[in-house]
Write a protein that binds this ligand. Structure first.
Ligand SMILES: NC(=O)c1ccc[n+]([C@@H]2O[C@H](COP(=O)([O-])OP(=O)(O)OC[C@H]3O[C@@H](n4cnc5c(N)ncnc54)[C@H](OP(=O)(O)O)[C@@H]3O)[C@@H](O)[C@H]2O)c1
Length: 256
């Protein structure tokens, strides 16, 4: 039985992670901006026999991260095992040349600075835990190698609006990946595993917006339930030698 902290637990992938982890008997701290108004989380909490704890955390707000960390320390005095930095936003899907500085900053605050602040606040608790793992929910969108085709291939540029849009989001996930690598190097000697992974294309609020970015009319590949089943298989199997990795939910390595 492990102790998990999941950010962005109110809906989508975060909520499904909470559901599946509680169902299998792990202890979960679900961190959300407004847990008190999230009926799905409240219902899970009341039926969890004390396995699910809810804390208030806005990953843009250092004060809520600090108070959440203090609360988690009281709830989990023996530390935590796994932190999943899941909270994220996509930003508007503007053409890259017209992306506003405001949206670039906002997306980076949530997707890059947020996970760093949460990780730093949780490190003392991770050091006390047994599993010692930080999993950053990235995206294949952050792969630089995978995006070279967008520049080289005229057909891709024409048929995949995403090739020329969502720059702030793609930049933020590439930056998150570098955060993963830097922390993995720094924390490896302490036995802390740090990885990035992509959950696949998932039918959540965010994932469903992606349909507009596909001229083919394609829809998300996975339900949250299917994606999280694969994510947990991946995370359960990771060991320290895989630290600094960038993985698909199915376990393959993604090229940086
Ligand atoms: N869905 C996909 O196809 C897909 C693909 C690749 C990667 N991802 C990544 O997977 C993660 C989860 O995405 P999702 O599809 O589940 O998205 P989602 O359904 O839009 O849910 C996003 C979650 O992030 C939370 N959040 C946003 N800003 C926050 C903040 N400032 N502080 C705390 N929580 C905040 C939201 O909370 P509120 O309810 O309070 O807004 C919500 O719980 C993201 O990092 C995303 O980039 C998703």
């Amino acid at each position: 039985m492990a102790v998990w902290v999941i950010t962005g637990a109110s809906r989508g992938i975060g909520l499904e992670l909470v559901k599946q982890l509680v169902a299998r008997g792990d202890v979960v701290v679900g961190a959300a901006r407004n847990p008190e108004t999230c009926s799905a989380l409240k219902e899970l909490e009341s039926s969890s026999s004390g396995k699910l704890h809810l804390v208030k955390m806005d990953v843009e707000d250092p004060e809520t991260i600090k108070s959440a960390a203090a609360e988690i320390e009281k709830l989990c005095p023996k530390g935590i095992d796994v932190l999943v930095n899941n909270a994220g936003i996509s930003g508007p899907f503007a053409q890259s040349s017209q992306e506003t500085v405001k949206s670039v900053i906002e997306v980076h605050k949530v997707n890059v600075v947020g996970p760093l602040m949460v990780t730093q606040a949780m490190l003392p608790l991770l050091r006390k835990g047994s599993r010692k793992m930080i999993a950053n929910v990235s995206s294949g969108a952050g792969s630089l190698a995978g995006k070279v085709k967008f520049v080289e291939d005229a057909e891709t540029r024409k048929n995949l609006p995403y090739a020329t849009q969502a720059m702030a989001y793609k930049m933020s996930k590439a930056a998150l990946n570098m955060q993963t690598l830097s922390l993995a190097a720094d924390l490896k000697d302490e036995g802390i595993t740090v990885i990035s992974f992509c959950p696949g294309w998932v039918a959540t609020d965010m994932g469903s917006q992606g349909t507009n970015l596909m001229k083919s009319g394609a829809t998300p590949t996975y339900t949250s339930q299917q994606s999280v089943e694969l994510q947990l298989k991946l995370l359960d199997g990771l060991t320290l030698d895989k630290s600094g990795g960038y993985f698909q939910h199915t376990g393959e390595t993604i090229p940086w």
